[in-house]
Design a protein around this ligand. Structure first.
Ligand SMILES: NC(=O)c1ccc[n+]([C@@H]2O[C@H](COP(=O)([O-])OP(=O)(O)OC[C@H]3O[C@@H](n4cnc5c(N)ncnc54)[C@H](O)[C@@H]3O)[C@@H](O)[C@H]2O)c1
Ligand SMILES: [Zn+2]
Ligand SMILES: [Zn+2]
Length: 294
C-alpha cells in the first residue's frame, strides 16, 4: 500500500517551499514507516533549499523529528508499531572502516530507507539527511529510529535528532570541554544554545555566547551562558579575549556556518586552544589563516 501524505518540498534552488502531496511506500526489509508528531526547523533545511548541500532537487525537507512507528518491514526487530521514536540521520552501520576503528560517530555508511518517496507524478524525492520529516509520515531505515520514553513531548524529543545532539556533542565530545575551561560559542540558534548547555554540563567556568541578535543572546543566558557578546556592537575576538584575561577561550565553537565567524572563532582561542566547526558551510566557502597561529 502507498500512503498519500502532505509534506514540505523544495523543488528548486532558492524557490519558496510548498506543501505537496507525497507518496510514501509501505516499509520493505530494514525499513520503518513513522507517523511524524513534531519536526524542528534546523538551519540545514534552509541550506538544502538554497542548494548549499547538493543539487539533488526536489528535496523533502525536515530531519529533526519524533513520532510513532506505524509499521515495519518483515525482518525488523529493533522497533515495532506503536514505539515512540526520535529519528536520527546517522544510523550507524557497525561495519564500515570508521565503525571498525571504534568511531561510529563518523560512520561512513549510514543507512537510509532503500525505497523512494515520490511526488504524485512519480518524481523521486531526496529526503533531507535521509529523513524527510516535514511530512505526516516518512519512510526511514529502521536503524534511524531511536526508541525513547513515550512520556517525552514530541516537540522536545525531536530536537535530540539534530540540534541538541550536534551542539551538545560539539562541546562535550568533539571540543572535549573540561572542568574549569572557558568556552566561546559563536551563533546561538538551536545548535549554539545546545553547545552552551553542553559546555555548562561539562563544567566550563565561563561560557561566552556570541550572536548578532539580542533575543538569541537572552536565550543563551537561559541555557547557562555566563557572558554575552553582541557582534553588531563589539568585536567578538577582542571581547572574548577581554573576558578571558586577555588570552582567548580554551574552546571556541563555530555554530553559524560562516567563514568570517570561523576566522573570529579561530582568533578568539587561547594558545593551543581548540576550534570546533559545527556550522555547515556551502562548498564555495574558504578561510585564510596564518599558519603560524595554528
Ligand atoms: N554539524 C551538524 O551536525 C549540524 C547540525 C545541525 C545544524 N548544523 C549547522 O549549524 C549551523 C547553525 O544551525 P542552527 O539550526 O542553530 O541555526 P539558527 O539559524 O537557528 O542559528 C544561527 C544563529 O547564528 C547567528 N548568526 C548569524 N550570523 C552571525 C554572525 N556573523 N555572528 C554571530 N552570530 C551569527 C544567528 O543570529 C542565529 O542565532 C547551521 O550552519 C546548520 O546548518 C550543523
Ligand atoms: Zn539539522
Ligand atoms: Zn559505519
Amino acid at each position: 500500500m502507498t500512503h498519500e501524505v502532505r509534506a514540505v518540498v523544495a523543488r528548486s534552488k532558492g524557490a519558496p517551499v510548498a506543501l505537496e502531496t507525497v507518496l510514501v511506500p509501505d516499509p520493505g526489509p530494514g525499513e520503518a514507516l513513522v507517523r511524524v508528531q513534531a519536526c524542528g526547523v534546523c538551519h540545514t533545511d534552509l541550506h538544502y533549499r538554497e542548494g548549499g548541500i547538493n543539487d539533488d532537487f526536489p528535496f523533502l525537507l525536515g530531519h529533526e523529528a519524533a513520532g510513532v512507528v506505524e509499521s515495519v518491514g518483515p525482518d525488523v526487530t529493533s522497533v515495532a508499531p506503536g514505539d515512540f521514536v526520535v529519528l536520527n540521520w546517522r544510523a550507524v552501520c557497525g561495519e564500515c572502516r570508521s565503525c571498525r576503528r571504534g568511531r561510529p560517530w563518523y560512520c561512513f555508511s549510514t543507512h537510509n530507507a532503500t525505497q523512494k518517496m515520490t511526488l504524485a507524478d512519480g518524481t523521486v524525492l531526496s529526503p533531507a539527511l535521509g529523513i524527510g520529516a516535514f511530512a505526516e509520515k516518512t519512510l526511514v531505515a529502521a536503524g534511524q529510529c531511536t526508541k525513547v520514553d513515550s512520556r517525552a513531548r514530541p516537540e522536545a524529543a525531536g530536537l535530540l535528532g539534530c540540534g541538541v545532539m550536534a551542539g551538545l556533542g560539539a562541546a562535550m565530545f568533539t571540543g572535549e570541554v573540561g572542568l574549569g575551561d572557558s568556552v566561546a560559542v559563536f551563533g546561538c540558534g538551536g545548535v549554539g544554545c545546545a553547545a552552551v548547555a553542553g559546555s555548562v554540563l561539562a563544567g566550563a567556568s565561563r561560557v561566552i555566547a556570541v550572536d548578532l541578535d539580542p533575543k538569541k543572546l537572552e536565550l543563551a543566558l537561559r541555557f547557562g551562558a555566563s557572558h554575552t557578546v553582541n557582534a553588531t556592537a563589539d568585536d567578538p575576538v577582542e571581547k572574548v579575549r577581554e573576558l578571558t584575561g586577555g588570552n582567548g577561550a580554551d574552546v571556541c565553537i563555530e555554530a553559524v556556518g560562516n567563514p568570517k565567524v570561523m576566522e573570529q572563532a579561530f582568533f578568539a582561542r587561547d594558545l593551543a586552544g581548540t576550534l570546533v566547526q559545527v556550522g555547515v558551510p556551502t562548498p564555495d566557502m574558504r578561510i585564510d589563516l596564518p599558519m603560524i597561529e595554528l
